[in-house]
Design a protein around this ligand. Structure first.
Ligand SMILES: [Zn+2]
Length: 487
């Protein structure tokens, strides 16, 4: 998608995926509900990635819209889309009475295992938790110990597991033979978990759980069988985590080498920088994930392999379905984030934290305003010379290419050839508003558009807050850009 240049500084990147239908976004058809494509076949990224070059080198940004639609289908569908849906509550009429009764029996047995598991987590009972794990699944027992230890490190307010559906045909006969027992099957299970002091609502993910019944007892035998591409995995399932807590931040790291504490201080600082502009009337709590590998990042995001090789960080709502107050996470790309350096990490985290504070995951603000404002806050906290922060834009303007409109949603698409200019010109649009009218007017303008329920919200905000039309503003902005570029 892009290449790394310059001093190796990267910044910016986010997924905005809760209530994405309110955000004008480049939409890539979600692939989450489809089976894994055969090896070698082309695969679309589940989100429309946005990559851009800025300031000190490469900047990458990613915004996603309709991803939740596909994820929701996971929750509602069996792993195999061609197989019938069977749940404990609503057996499908297309199944025979015997099959339906079997479905109810599986759901009841599986649900009982899940309840024991959740209770063991609540009670901090390691033996209770391990008693639900198949004694013959030796590799999974090792993972289960790690998962239980991880959950103990998290400030969990709630932890719940819910049997959603199952698919008796999902396990091959060979696999069933391998599992042994009198019955084995694969179910989709919704896990919800809420971080105390951070999440207004629980995070929710749907994971595959393999069950096996042997000697009259049903156990969990795997949490990772037949993951569907695009199905997100909770970070605490992916390996041993370190957890570091700051005044405003919680850093959850899968990287034993990373100094989680140092990320706490830079995130706390980002929260203060954002509050300096946005005000204090937000939760002022940020959760940062530090995966150790690219693959772990992709698992957390539910992304196709190698989608995020150029993405420094991503902000996502950790929820399968849209909901106000969804828990939001900033997910760092381990390799690129490490290369950013301290200042670069501060810029990225301030940009992303701006999205968290302004609830960009559930906002009707146009992309130019969301991204421009996030850059405005980041560059206010960590000033960078215009000549480097707006390098590509100035180059274009000096070549006679002055933008004729504010950047369109398409300009923020990964395939956009003018991606750097889109971000740079959006940032300078916000800075112009601040310079002309004062920073508080910029914030008021953003809030007015954000809170608007009307399709003419943007035009109304231009008129009522800034006292001009968008066209009048664009003329001023073009003059401003030309003056800055020295033409
Ligand atoms: Zn952004």
């Amino acid at each position: 998608m892009s290449r790394l240049t310059g001093a190796g500084e990267q910044r910016g990147a986010e997924v905005i995926d809760e209530q994405g239908d309110t955000v004008p976004l480049p939409v890539v058809p979600p692939t989450e509900d489809k089976p894994e494509p055969p090896p070698g076949s082309p695969s679309l990224p589940p989100f429309g990635p946005i990559v851009r070059k800025v300031a000190l080198g490469l900047a990458v940004c990613l915004v996603a819209g309709a991803a939740y639609a596909g994820l929701r289908q996971i929750a509602d569908a069996p792993a195999d889309p061609n197989a019938p849906v069977i749940t404990g509550q609503t057996p499908q009429t297309s199944t025979t009475p015997d099959e339906a009764a079997e479905g109810v029996r599986r759901a009841a047995a599986g649900e009982a295992v899940l309840q024991k598991m959740a209770t063991a987590v609540d009670d901090d009972s390691r033996s209770g938790f391990l008693a639900t794990i198949d004694p013959k699944a030796s590799a999974f027992r090792v993972s289960a110990r790690t998962i239980f230890a991880n959950l103990g490190k998290l400030p969990l307010a709630t932890f719940q597991l819910r049997y959603v559906s199952d698919d008796p045909a999902a396990l091959t006969p060979d696999r069933q033979t391998e599992l042994g027992g009198t019955a084995s099957w694969l179910a989709q299970v919704e896990v919800s978990w809420q971080l105390k002091g951070y999440d207004a609502k629980p995070a929710r993910e749907t994971i595959p759980v393999t069950f096996v019944t042997r000697d009259g007892t049903t156990y969990a035998a795997s949490f990772s069988e037949r993951f569907v591409a695009g199905q997100r995995r909770p970070i605490w399932m992916l390996g041993a985590i370190d957890v570091a807590k700051g005044d405003h931040s919680l850093v959850i790291s899968l990287d034993g080498e990373a100094d989680a504490e140092s990320y706490v201080s830079v995130t706390d600082r980002a929260v203060d920088s954002v509050s300096d502009v946005w005000g204090d009337n937000w939760r002022r709590k940020v959760v940062v994930y530090l995966p150790a590998t690219q693959a772990q990042m992709e698992y957390v995001l539910g992304a196709q392999p190698n989608t995020y090789t150029q993405i420094a960080a991503v902000t996502m709502a950790e929820l399968d379905t849209p909901q106000a107050g969804a828990p939001v996470r900033i997910v760092a790309n381990p390799k690129l984030f490490d290369e950013l350096g301290r200042q670069g990490r501060r810029i990225v985290l301030t940009h992303e934290t701006t999205h968290v504070a302004s609830t960009a995951t559930a906002s009707p603000v146009p992309l130019w305003l969301a991204e421009g404002f996030a850059d405005y806050v980041a560059f206010t906290a960590v000033p960078v010379q215009d000549e480097s922060a707006a390098k590509e834009l100035f180059k274009a303007i000096r070549a006679g290419k002055v933008p004729s409109t504010l950047p369109t949603p398409e300009a923020f698409a990964a395939s956009s050839t003018e991606l750097p200019q889109a971000y740079e010109s959006a940032w300078l649009a916000c800075r112009l508003i601040s310079e002309r009218e004062g920073q508080s007017k910029l914030v008021k303008f953003y809030r007015t558009v954000h809170l608007s329920k009307s399709p003419t919200g943007l035009a109304d905000a231009f008129r009522t807050v800034l006292g001009m039309t968008e066209q009048e503003f664009v003329v001023e902005w073009q003059k401003y850009l030309k003056r800055l570029a020295g033409v």
